[in-house]
Design a protein around this ligand. Structure first.
Ligand code: ATP
Ligand code: TZP
Ligand code: MG
Ligand code: MG
Length: 267
């Protein structure tokens, strides 16, 4: 039942084309906007502290992504996050590079304290560094850790009282009690900058139409992973550049039925 609900969510996203307000990084902005458009959502990027409260309140979901953070942008994120909270708009947070520098860690902690975040999405190192676990991080890419990722995700979800999605070879999604593991996707996703950031914004599109955030994040993960597999199948020789473009196309082509047939979900 839960798997059927998850795999069907993409139809709801396409029917309602939710506005996703992104305060994201300069590396991935265009790719994230195109990815959201392709899958059927309506992206908007707005950063000025004078307008973010108004934009966040008309959105279906708000994404905060600290990939190329500046002090001004952090202030805007807090203002937007508070407005989203007041207007029951879910906030999805991607703590890009948390742990790589003290500033990123401190800012991430501040956002988590001042804003009620619904879903936290990152690689294992980012999430570990936010809950005080020692996990190696290489810039914005996950380093090698030797902890139990399921336990790490549960610990973070319980401590921070939100849904956590740790991505990598497997995506682990949990609210601290229930754990959903999705094993789809392809390693080439790690060779396309913004594949993680776009995934965070895709989760936001799903959270805009599904208020059970565990289900929304798991549905987004299955959809995203199956889409990557479809993109690989349509390329003769998959390379990061051609995959990056094919993946955008595949986001518009992957159906609920594709997800239902190909999702590899353990609950
Ligand atoms: P990193 O910077 O460590 O690459 P990220 O923020 O870019 O992290 P990823 O963990 O790469 O985010 O996740 C982006 C997408 O790629 C997710 O859908 C995830 O499932 C998928 N993915 C990542 N690594 C693999 C892998 N080895 N095999 C299959 N899918 C993967
Ligand atoms: N540097 C700062 S943000 C960024 C880089 C390379 C993009 C990271 O994107 P992702 O989705 O985490 O790979
Ligand atoms: Mg990446
Ligand atoms: Mg990332």
């Amino acid at each position: 039942m839960m798997i059927e609900q998850m795999t069907g969510l993409i139809d709801k996203v396409r029917q309602s084309a939710p506005i996703v307000h992104n305060i994201t990084n300069v590396v991935v902005t265009n790719y994230v906007a195109n990815g959201l458009l392709s899958l059927g959502a309506s992206p908007v990027m707005a950063y000025a502290k004078e307008e973010v409260a108004d934009m966040a309140k008309i959105a279906g979901a708000l994404v905060l992504n600290i990939g190329t953070l500046t002090a001004d942008e952090v202030e805007a994120m807090i203002i937007a996050g508070k407005s989203a909270n007041e207007n029951n708009v879910p906030v999805i947070f991607d703590p890009v590079g948390a742990g790589a520098t003290p500033y990123r860690t401190t800012v991430s902690q501040r956002i988590l304290e001042e804003v009620n975040v619904s879903i936290l999405r990152g690689n294992a190192a980012e999430i570990a560094n936010l809950v005080g676990e020692n996990w190696h991080i290489r810039g914005v890419d996950a380093g090698v850790g030797n902890g139990d990722i399921v336990e790490l995700a549960k610990k973070a979800a319980t401590k921070l009282e939100l849904v956590v999605a740790i991505t990598g070879k497997q995506d682990i999604i949990t609210d601290g009690k229930q754990v959903i593991i999705i094993e789809n996707g392809h390693p080439i996703l790690t060779k396309v900058t913004g594949a993680g950031c776009l995934f965070t914004s895709v989760i936001a599109a799903f959270a805009a139409i599904e208020s059970n955030y565990l289900l929304a994040a798991a549905g987004a993960s299955a959809f995203y992973g199956v889409t990557a597999e479809k993109a690989i199948q349509s390329l003769e020789t998959p390379r990061p550049g051609s995959f990056q473009i094919q993946f955008l196309d595949s986001l518009s082509l992957t159906s609920a039925l594709d997800v239902k047939e190909k999702a590899n979900v353990s609950i």
